[in-house]
Design a protein. Structure first.
Length: 272
């Protein structure tokens, strides 16, 4: 399962102070980042992914029982709860003030809007294919916006973080299949299988990541993107980035394991 979340770090500039609950700055920040909307989009992605998975694994495809299991697994309340808890633990006592200030500004709200819009648009296979094609046409070129996006990706180690998350989620899916009785594999065998997917996962994650970022930030003025990149290495920004991956990686791990268990149950039922 490809980890389709890109943790976004934005600059904190020229915004008025934000009044937020001092005891819950992490929750306030996640609200400003649009967490409820992100989770809804991820559920929509997951439902589609479940249908694709059924075609590959389950005789007869997406049965009514399978669809019900997938819908139950992608429970938005549970997903959001996991992300918030893990984000809070990772973010700790980091000063959220500059981040809250930015995301409370008109510019910050517009950035979140284009991020969510691009993420939702990429659910459509045709839009995703087109976005990937745009990146492939720019890859390796001296395009200035591509350069800024590359600086941002490298500053936050986004490719590596997404690859790690995707491989961990894949391991959890296999573990679910094994624990559900559909496969007989040792942990070492699962690790070997997952690691064999690393080159393909890396290539796909990099392409999707750049396609998404280029599409999302295309409407932004170049100055905003430059400021975004410049501040992406700030201590607060790095802390937010780590916390976002901690939250979403844990969420995807839980979902992947649950999908493995559910798939095992369906596979065994079809064999009877």
């Amino acid at each position: 399962m490809a980890l389709r979340f890109v943790a976004c770090l934005l600059s904190a500039t020229l915004a008025s102070p934000v009044i937020a609950d001092p005891a819950r700055p992490a929750d306030a920040l996640l609200d400003r980042l649009g967490l409820p909307e992100i989770v809804e989009i991820m559920r929509e992605e997951g439902i589609g992914y479940g249908t694709e998975m059924a075609r590959d694994l389950i005789p007869g495809g997406a049965t009514q029982g399978w669809q019900a299991s997938v819908a139950r697994i992608y429970d938005t309340d549970a997903m959001e709860e996991v992300v918030r808890a893990e984000f809070q633990e990772s973010f700790g006592d980091t000063d959220a003030t500059p981040l809250l200030r930015f995301f409370g500004s008109e510019t910050g709200e517009r950035v979140v809007e284009v991020e969510l819009s691009a993420r939702r648009a990429l659910i459509d296979d045709g839009v995703e294919a087109a976005a990937r094609e745009v990146f492939r046409g720019l890859d390796g070129s001296s395009d200035e916006r591509l350069g800024l996006v590359t600086d941002f990706v490298q500053a936050n180690d986004l490719v590596e973080a997404n690859v790690t998350g995707a491989l961990n989620a894949s391991f959890q899916f296999y573990a679910g299949l094994v624990d559900g009785g559909a496969l007989e594999m040792t942990e070492r065998e699962i690790l070997d299988e997952v690691w064999s997917q690393e080159p393909e996962t890396r290539a796909d994650s990099r392409e999707w990541l750049y396609a998404y970022l280029l599409m999302a930030y295309e409407p932004l003025p170049e100055g905003d993107l430059e400021a975004y990149v410049d501040l992406s290495s700030s201590p607060e920004g790095k802390a937010m980035n780590r916390a976002l991956f901690a939250g979403f990686n844990t969420m995807y791990d839980n979902i992947s394991y649950a999908l493995g268990l559910a798939a095992a149950k369906q596979m065994q039922a079809q064999e009877l």
